[in-house]
Design a protein around this ligand. Structure first.
Ligand SMILES: [Mn+2]
Length: 277
């Protein structure tokens, strides 16, 4: 198998037929307006869509986010939610080990966040298993409502949960970059959070690094998603808005949605294919 392609400093869209579904996706990974290096990266493989935000300076952050994504690319599709969670958990530990080796090569504390979704198709009701380590985010946009699925592993999130900060205050707090979990970066063995929800047409999933939600509020993100006719336009518009706001950090966005069941699986999907042809 050829090594999967890591997306960095580029925009790419695609359509995957996987697990009886058709998934449309768009990725934009941008260095931003301030940073010299882009330590963010994204992976888009059929049924596996992940964003990672590396840290460590010099090459460490780039290598760490890349190592995490290459490891997580080995997640299997369609095992069902339980097995998928277990497999992702194993891969996160492998990623941590791989990043630890990078750290000892460079003498730096390479680390990375990772969040994303893996398709855990099971019988009639395919599920997304979302996972998270760090402060990159997985959102679900459904029926015009944006909901953050992942919970940030960050100091300000803990202060929000304890009632000491509002989410609006957290966005501008000087401690906002302090994360409490990561792969590598001298952290303990990674324990991810997992969230499962049905993979169904009409819902849009947004994955992003903090370079997006550091610049835009959830309301601003929702307005852009609502106004965008497709995922490619949505991803481009979100990054454009972050750039207009100053893009103080690298900004990476993946927008994906189930557009139909595979043509082989149902008459509705077949009709949709004909319309497009
Ligand atoms: Mn970042």
């Amino acid at each position: 198998m050829t090594e999967p392609k890591i997306l960095r400093d580029e925009a790419l869209t695609g359509r995957d037929e996987v697990g009886g579904l058709v998934v449309d996706w768009a990725v934009v990974c941008h260095v931003g307006r301030v940073r010299e290096a882009n330590e963010d990266a994204a992976l888009a493989l059929p049924g596996r869509y992940i964003v990672a935000d590396g840290m460590g300076g010099h090459d460490s952050g780039e290598l760490a986010s890349e190592a995490a994504l290459l490891t997580l690319a080995e997640a299997e599709i369609g095992d069902g939610p339980e097995a998928t969670r277990a497999r992702v958990g194993e891969l996160l530990i492998q990623a941590q080990d791989r990043i630890g080796e990078l750290g000892s090569e460079t003498g730096r504390r390479a680390g990375t966040t990772a969040t994303g979704v893996v398709l855990a198709a099971e019988d009639e009701t395919p599920q997304w298993v979302a996972f998270n380590i760090g402060d990159s985010r997985t959102y679900l946009f459904t029926a015009g409502e944006l909901r953050q699925v992942s919970v940030d592993h960050s100091q300000v999130q803990e202060l929000v949960a304890a009632g000491f900060l509002t989410p609006a205050e957290a966005r501008v707090d000087s401690r906002r970059n302090v994360i409490t979990r990561a792969l590598g970066a001298g952290m303990a063995v990674p324990v991810a959070d997992y969230f499962s929800f049905p993979a169904k047409p009409g819902d849009t999933i947004l994955l992003c690094s903090d370079g997006l939600d550091g610049e835009l509020t959830d309301d601003e993100i929702a307005v852009i998603l609502e106004a965008s006719p497709d995922n490619q336009i949505a991803a481009a518009a979100l990054v454009e808005a972050a750039l207009e706001s100053g893009a103080h950090d690298n900004v990476t966005v993946t927008v994906l949605s189930v557009v139909a069941e595979s043509a082989a699986e149902g008459p509705e999907a077949a009709a949709a294919e004909e319309l497009e042809a």
